[in-house]
Design a protein around this ligand. Structure first.
Ligand code: ADP
Ligand code: MG
Length: 665
């Protein structure tokens, strides 16, 4: 609409509504053509009170649908305020319905799940009026129609007359410049019917243009002008009443076109979500079932990925604990062939020999380990004892917190000295008294504490032990006094240049094979193993994840199914919303919001459930690691599942023809 039209409106010569040879032909399922309107020409001026009268089947409703832009004529032209409605796009027609028309139907067409107040609010929602203003206006209208004490009643709790008054209030909500009433008294008792007619009369006197459709001559007699139609043709027209044509309410229409042109935005997203919540609540059981699909999908994604990540982390930790990435770990193994039956041994001397004979080796760390109960004073603590070389602090980059580490001298002299790991120190000296110089009993052998290590953190060994829960003693002391053997359980080799790791590993194998005469050992290369195992576990996690993703897909299909059912079921609601001015975009965003709200809700519940289940599983010793990434991913998946699977049904709803949707029972 432009200023030219607005100016044109001020001219009394231009009718508000003009039909030129309008026809409407229906093609029935069997291919039969029904001519509901045949060449109707009609001019209606602002402020007129017109009754369109005719027998059942004469084409009155068809005419009203055309006038109200719920339906388009098949022939002829319809000019609203001098402008051909053919030039209006669907949103333009929605704008006309919303701002210019107010419909009153024989069957009221109220939303059954909404209260009287909410029903009246609907046209204003689509006009983008704030909630506060809407409620004030809706309450005012209902009160003026004698329904002030029925605001919270649903249609089923109201009488027919009351329901029709609610629909009158709805028709007036956005101004209702043109009231279109199709057999408004048809379903009412005579008293209620008289009241509704009186209301229309009153509106006409206040300057509204009222078009009343009826088959009843007595009802029609209330109007100033009676247009009679038969078989889709006007057979009689009493002509515009003098008093009405020059009613000075053209100004109202001018404002309509000038001011409300701007309200071309969608009903706010918050409003769409509120409506979505309400309609989801109205179908609670179905909503819960749909939710379930998404919840199961999301929670399985969360749990599966947490298990995957957990196992990965555990394995990585275990491998790392064998040695850092700059370490090779030598362990005894049975020989091959003729050496098969020879017991394999790694001696303490082997460690020294490797240091001398293999290039690129920085330290060698022979180790003997065992579990012992250690006693300090009255404090007993079961911990791991490691007999090892004096180079441990350097080789494992493990600093002393206090005291000193033992020396090679201590080992050679079989000195009974010990260095405590941080946890072992805390367990044995819980009061925090200084362990240095104190004696502890390892087994039955007394050792003097000469140092305490800093906390290294992390766990060690395949049992996943705390590596700070350890007591270190000199190699030979441990071998002689505790373990009773002089062969190493393992030799950790620290490599100088990591770049030459592979070459050094090969050199080490050659050196040891030559020294022992057979390959009676194996080498763990932590870095290499980590790589292989990580890759495998990555695949494993992906596998778990994709199984879960499939269940999410199933959940998404569930949403789509429910949405399609919902659209089919609520076709009439869509029709009502369109008649009150909803744009295609409004309908689209409403149904899309429902899908997204369901899946978003499902996403949140699914994540919570997944974390809950994961934690329970974790208590049974299965490694679980929750990371935010899969959760964000899962939630995004859920929301987009709603968006993607909800789109087709929502678009189906938005594209419905208003008149077809309204006719749906
Ligand atoms: P009224 O409201 O005066 O009773 P209608 O406008 O509903 O009459 O119908 C006029 C004629 O058009 C009737 O013969 C009816 O059967 C036919 N008609 C109305 N709507 C349709 C439709 N969607 N498809 C086929 N025929 C229709
Ligand atoms: Mg009818």
């Amino acid at each position: 609409m432009d200023t030219k039209t607005a100016t044109a409106l001020t001219s009394a010569a231009i009718p508000l509504i003009e039909l030129r040879e309008v026809s409407r032909t229906f093609v029935t399922g069997g291919g039969v053509e029904v001519q509901a309107l045949r060449g109707i020409s009609l001019k209606i001026y602002p402020g007129e009170f017109v009754a369109i009268m005719g027998q059942s089947g004469s084409g009155k409703s068809t005419l009203m649908n055309v006038l109200g832009c719920l339906d388009r004529p098949t022939g002829g032209a319809y000019l609203f305020a001098g402008r051909d409605v053919k030039t209006f796009d669907p949103d333009g027609l929605a704008w006309l319905r919303r701002e210019a028309f107010g419909f009153i139907f024989q069957s009221y067409n109220l939303l059954p799940t909404a209260t009287a107040e909410e029903n009246v609010e609907i046209p204003a929602i689509y006009a983008g009026i704030s909630a506060k203003d809407r409620i004030i206006r809706a309450d005012g209208l209902l009160a003026s129609l004698g329904l002030g004490d029925r605001l919270d009643h649903r249609p089923s709790q109201l009488s027919g007359g009351q329901q029709q008054r609610v629909s009158v209030a709805r028709a007036l909500m956005n101004g209702g410049n043109v009231i279109l009433a199709d057999e408004p008294t048809g379903a009412l008792d005579s008293k209620s019917g008289t009241e509704v007619i009186a209301l229309l009369d009153d509106l006409a006197r206040k300057g509204h243009t009222v078009i009343l459709i009826t088959h009843d001559a007595k009802v029609a007699s209330h109007a100033d002008r009676i247009v009679e139609i038969r078989d889709g043709e006007i057979v009689k027209d009493s002509g515009p009443a003098k008093g009405r044509t020059d009613v000075a309410n053209n100004a109202g229409l001018r404002d309509l076109f000038r001011i409300r042109e701007a309200s071309h935005f969608l009903a706010g997203e918050a409003e769409a979500i509120r409506m979505a919540l309400r309609s989801l609540y109205a179908n609670l059981f179905r909503t819960v079932l749909t939710l379930l699909g998404i919840v199961i999908g999301i929670s399985s994604v969360v749990v599966m990925l947490a298990i995957g990540e957990g196992s990965q982390q555990q394995v990585v930790e275990r491998i790392s604990s064998i040695g850092g990435t700059n370490m090779l770990n030598l362990q005894p193994a049975r020989g091959q062939g003729q050496f098969r039956d020879m017991p394999s041994t790694l001696t303490f001397e082997d460690a020294d020999a490797i240091l001398e004979g293999v290039p690129n080796v920085l330290y060698t760390l022979p180790e003997l380990t065992g579990m012992y109960t250690v006693r300090a004073g009255h404090q007993d603590h079961s911990t791991q004892i490691t007999a090892t070389s004096e180079v441990l602090p350097e080789a494992r980059a493990w600093q002393l917190a206090r005291g000193v580490f033992f020396t090679r001298e201590d080992s050679n002299r079989y000195s009974a000295v010990a260095v405590l790991g941080a946890t072992a120190a805390e367990e044995l000296f819980p009061e925090g008294n200084d362990p240095l110089g104190e004696y502890i009993l390892i087994g039955k052998v007394p050792f003097q504490v000469i140092g305490v290590l800093t906390r290294k953190g992390g766990s060690s060994g395949f049992g996943g032990r705390d590596q700070d829960d350890n007591v270190f003693v000199p190699l030979k002391t441990g071998g002689l006094r505790l373990f009773g053997q002089t062969i190493a359980r393992s030799i950790a080799v620290t490599v100088d240049d990591i770049e030459r790791m592979d070459k050094t590993e090969k050199d080490l194998i050659d050196f040891m094979t030559a020294r022992h005469g057979s390959e009676d050992f194996r080498i763990f290369n932590a870095a290499e193993m980590l790589e292989t195992v990580s890759a495998t576990l990555e695949t494993f996690t992906m596998l778990l994840g994709s199984v879960a993703a499939i269940s999410l897909l199933v959940g998404g299909i569930g949403i789509m199914n429910i949405m399609l059912v919902s659209v089919t079921e609520r076709t009439r609601e869509i029709g009502i919303r369109m008649a009150t001015g909803a744009r295609q975009g409004d309908i689209l965003s409403q149904f899309l919001s429902e899908a997204i709200v369901v899946s978003g809700f499902g996403g949140v519940i699914g994540i919570l459930l997944g974390v809950g289940i994961g934690s329970i599983i974790g208590n049974f010793g299965i490694p679980i690691l929750f990371t935010p990434k899969p959760m964000i991913l899962a939630f995004t998946c859920a929301a987009s599942t709603g968006l993607i699977f909800g789109f087709a049904p929502a678009r189906k709803a938005a594209r419905l023809d208003p008149v077809v949707a309204l006719a749906n029972e």
